[in-house]
Ligand binder design. Sequence first.
Ligand SMILES: [Zn+2]
Length: 57
Amino acid sequence: MFFLEDIRYLVTIRCFQCGEKFILRGKRTEKGQYETGFKRCVCGNESSLHIDATPEK
Ligand SMILES: [Zn+2]
């Protein structure tokens, strides 16, 4: 079977607190979030983030 949900995303996470940028690969979860394994920024911030995702080709 083929699932559209199996697409992998390139997820860009930018920290509003220190401006650090992370680029990770992830999948979309059932809840509509991105599963990247990202926990928190190097500055300790884990809630004030800008998340942007594009499907990987
Ligand atoms: Zn930060």
